[in-house]
Design a protein around this ligand. Structure first.
Ligand SMILES: *Cc1c(COP(=O)(O)O)cnc(C)c1O
Length: 451
């Protein structure tokens, strides 16, 4: 196996192994780490995936990125522990499918990435006898996925900040009912205030000894695990030699970047439908060649996708020979014709999203929530405008029960609530209130680590 190194999309000359890239998160030049070269999986090995369970496919993908940093037996144990929940692929009609990535502990696809990243971090920290504090600001889904992923792990402590008035009760309870190594602060402010407070703590010399990490969505350890389910889906609907079309609801573009990575690894994908809500900066870029971030982002009902400048675009540009810096400035144009061959970008309005939830339910008995509905609506448009004979898989990224208001509004029925989500309602919560400024937060954080 050739050795994979990790380099920055902004061109910083330092080259790291997987462990260092994972523990650092972001490159010193503010670029994102990318694997170089991208490993290939031979055709014969891909063909064998159809007889494998999810953790076995995960092993084939992940060992190529991790190399010999983790012995195979240990990696197998980590993967079986991280991926102990089902990944249903439902046929909607003909060869058009929905893959439900919402069966993890926090009911969003972010569990796939966060659970593996947490376990890999713990493994390496233990090896080195180091500990780490994960400090993260959340507007909802990320905080709960990260808190759950790191809950109960040794050597890692988690501190989450959320804007008091901006998360739903269930989202809050997914974070505040854990306890143990997870501490939660409700901030009297907005999500942006939480983010600023986290950023200040990272550069505060008083906290230099804590080994703070953000474990945020741009970490390479969160990106790569998301490639695995593309291999899994292909093995179930198109193996051994057909090409598949994926439709991916996109916000920060980590999910679709992981798909494009799978394609470069040799997965037979015909195209990715890039589905955005009304934040259509990428569909516009693909049609005009001119990239303009949307500031401020548009508020849509698929709220985890309200991103006006997706940070993973830097990686997608890199993949196509271009360069984009962290502010969204295009330093070198990517090969846009190649991008247009591999992807088809569609922007979906809130009105279409609601119609799609209703139509999928009434015509196909398939229950979707707003994010998955954006993906399904975009796929439907692709099938009308381009071609409709290949097997297709549209990704459902959250459980409809997380968005009951929109589901009730569209189909007039309460989505069934999974048992472990229902259990949350009666559970004891624990969190502290903190004012929306750094000084107050610093005092509380210091107290926490003095004790
Ligand atoms: C985060 C999220 C997305 C967007 O994924 P990206 O990788 O940021 O493009 C879509 N749907 C749900 C439910 C999410 O939580």
């Amino acid at each position: 196996m050739s050795k994979i190194i990790y380099s920055s999309t902004n061109g910083h000359p330092e080259l790291l192994d997987f462990k260092e890239a994972l523990l650092r998160g972001q490159a010193p030049d503010k670029g994102l780490y990318v694997p170089d070269p991208i490993p290939r999986i031979p055709k014969e090995e891909l063909a064998s995936f159809s007889g494998m369970e999810y953790p076995e496919i995960a092993l084939s993908v992940m060992r190529r990125y991790i190399g010999d940093l983790i012995p195979e037996d240990d990696l197998v144990a980590i993967l079986e522990d991280a991926y102990d929940f089902p990944v249903p692929i439902e046929k909607v009609y003909d060869e058009k499918h929905i893959m439900r990535l919402d069966r993890g502990p926090t009911f969003s696809f972010k569990d796939f990435a966060a659970r593996l990243m947490g376990r890999l971090m713990q493994y390496f920290l233990k090896q080195e006898g180091r500990s780490m504090v994960i400090l993260t600001a959340t507007s909802g889904d990320t905080g709960s996925a990260v808190a759950h992923a790191f809950y109960g792990l040794d050597n890692i402590r988690v501190v989450v900040l959320f804007p008091e008035g901006e998360v739903t009760g269930r989202q809050r309870k997914q974070m505040t009912t854990l306890g143990g190594n997870v501490t939660v602060f409700a901030v009297d402010g907005k999500f942006d205030d939480c983010q600023l407070m986290v950023k200040e703590a990272f550069v505060d010399p008083d906290f230099a000894g804590l080994n703070l990490s953000s474990a945020n969505s741009i970490n390479i350890g969160r990106l790569i695990p998301q490639s695995i389910y593309y291999f899994y889906a292909w093995s179930r609907v198109a193996a051994p030699d057909r090409e598949v079309v994926f439709s991916v609801p996109c916000g920060n573009f980590g999910n679709v970047m992981a798909g494009l990575l799978a394609m470069r690894m040799g997965l037979p994908v015909h195209r990715f439908v890039i589905a955005t809500n009304e934040n259509d900066e990428f569909p516009r870029f693909l049609s005009t060649g001119d990239y303009r971030p949307i500031r401020p982002s548009v508020k849509c009902i698929s709220n985890a996708m309200n991103v006006g400048h997706p940070s993973n675009l830097a990686r997608i540009f890199w993949l196509y020979g271009g360069e984009m810096d962290e502010t969204g400035q295009v330093v070198r144009s990517p090969e846009i014709e190649a991008m247009r061959r591999d992807t088809y970008a569609v922007s979906v309005t809130d009105a279409e999203t609601r119609e799609t939830i209703s139509e999928a339910y009434n015509r196909f008995d398939t229950l979707l929530e707003p994010h998955g509905a954006v993906g399904w609506a975009a796929l439907s448009r692709y099938l009308r405008e381009v071609e409709d004979w290949r097997p297709c898989v549209s990704l459902e990224t959250a459980d409809p029960a997380k968005f009951p208001e929109e589901v009730v509004r569209a189909v007039g029925l309460e989505p069934p609530v999974p048992e472990s989500m229902a259990r949350l309602d009666g559970m004891e919560e624990s969190f502290d209130l903190v004012a929306g400024n750094y000084e107050s937060f610093k005092e509380r954080l210091s107290e926490l680590f003095r004790g």
